[in-house]
Design a protein around this ligand. Structure first.
Ligand code: BGC
Length: 417
């Protein structure tokens, strides 16, 4: 309802503006950035477009991970009324392009030199038959653990580097009456933690085999059983209100010191930033145990739907150009918690966590530890991803054994292939 109202309000705002500035084009932008940090970040794009005389009609569909937004997008497209631009990523970009409904962005890409500034691993996701059909916004790292500094200091605990240290610390915190792990009980969040555990327990080669290649042997292996056991162990350090909790509410528990840690991608940092918290003073982030040499990446992007109106076309081109402009890459990513997706951006004014992420992105690209996130649509097909989500969530929310979970995982993925 809120989204509908917002779009109605924006429509009236846009209609009023069009009277004063008839040259302006309009973009209606569908996205799922509604938390404090996310909204602060996306507003920067809106401001920049408006500065160039274009109009922004906001169509925000709440729901972390974007599945509600994607359902809305599909129903609007089926109804013959797609927005001008939509936040879409991974293989879904190819699916939309195949339908022949997207604006080709090659002209902007050429003028702006995207081929020289966007890493090939990202550019390949954005292109369909060698043409640019999506514009990347950022690089998020998934495998982070967010820690409330005061909670650890008060308990006299060092930040845990191994899973053994981690569970020992969780036990101490639980005894001290703190909720050890801030948990968001939604399938995509459980899958986000799980893929981090798969990298942390199994290592990079195992992650690639299991979650990128969907290799049957890896999916039903003893290592996978161990990964599920770690998930099971985590559950005893979560609170009874976890089921259904949104990711940003879990982050807020860590921000307020009601919980000690959260495993989440670095959009969580956007919440700390929006709350005025500083890394090293109020909170810290470290790669989850065992994932120092892994970088599970997740790239956000926008596609543009083909429009006839030439002013709308101009607005789309402006939006695409602005997204990869150095100025926007800085201001957006500082607010969003991610790092710039294009080269040539200075480390200033990014915080220490972003700077270490930039270094790790480059280092893991060399070492082979840079790996696509399964949970965030960078790795496997939507059908396989759906099968993985179902097994992980069913396991986590039942008393299924870890061994059963691994064999169900292999069976479900096999069927989805
Ligand atoms: C997106 C992020 C977003 C997060 C939570 C992820 O899939 O890539 O941009 O902040 O979901 O909604």
């Amino acid at each position: 309802m809120r989204a509908i109202l917002m779009s109605v309000f924006s429509f009236f705002a846009a209609a009023t503006l069009s009277v004063t500035n008839s040259l302006a084009g309009e973009v209606e932008v569908l996205h799922w950035w509604t938390s404090g940090g996310e909204a602060a970040a996306v507003q920067e794009l809106q401001k920049m477009l408006q500065k160039e005389g274009h109009m922004w009609t906001d169509f925000a569909v709440a729901g972390g991970g974007g599945s509600a937004a994607m359902t809305t997008l599909k129903s609007r497209a089926v109804g013959g009324n797609p927005p001008t631009a939509a936040q879409v990523k991974g293989p879904q970009i190819q699916d939309w392009a195949e339908l022949g409904v997207l604006t080709n962005l090659d002209e902007v890409a050429k003028a702006e030199g995207w081929d020289d500034t966007v890493p090939k691993v990202v550019a390949d996701i954005m292109k369909y038959q060698d043409g640019w059909v999506a514009v990347p916004v950022n690089v998020h790292r998934i495998n982070w653990m967010w820690l409330n500094k005061a909670v650890f200091d008060k308990a006299g605990l060092a930040y845990p580097k191994t899973w053994d240290d981690f569970f020992a610390a969780m036990e101490t915190l639980k005894k001290a009456g703190v909720t050890p792990i801030a948990w968001g009980g939604q399938n995509w969040q459980e899958a986000t933690v799980w893929e981090t555990v798969v990298a942390g327990v199994g290592g990079n080669d195992f992650y690639k085999k299991a979650l990128v290649e969907a290799d049957m042997e890896a999916l039903k292996s003893d290592t996978m059983v161990q990964c599920f056991e770690v998930m099971r162990k985590m559950k005893q350090y979560t609170d009874p209100n976890a089921p259904g909790r949104d990711w940003n509410l879990a982050t807020s528990m860590v921000i307020k010191g009601e919980a000690a840690v959260q495993f989440m991608g670095d959009w969580a940092k956007g919440e700390f930033t929006a709350a005025g918290k500083k890394p090293g003073e109020d909170y810290d982030a470290m790669p989850a145990p065992g994932t120092e040499d892994s970088f599970l990446f997740n790239v956000d992007s926008f596609i543009m739907f083909d429009v006839k109106d030439k002013d709308a076309k101009a607005a789309q081109a402006a939006m695409a150009r602005l997204i990869l402009s150095p100025e926007f890459q800085v201001v957006f990513n500082v607010n969003k918690g991610s790092i710039p997706v294009r080269s040539g951006i200075e480390e200033q004014p990014f915080d220490s966590i972003a700077v270490s992420s930039m270094g790790d992105f480059a280092a893991t690209a060399e070492s082979g530890g840079l790996m696509p996130s399964m949970a965030h649509e960078m790795a496997v097909s939507p059908a396989i991803r759906g099968a993985m989500f179902d097994v992980v969530t069913n396991f986590y929310n039942s008393d299924m054994s870890a061994a059963d979970a691994a064999s169900k995982l292999a069976a479900a993925v096999g069927e989805a292939m």
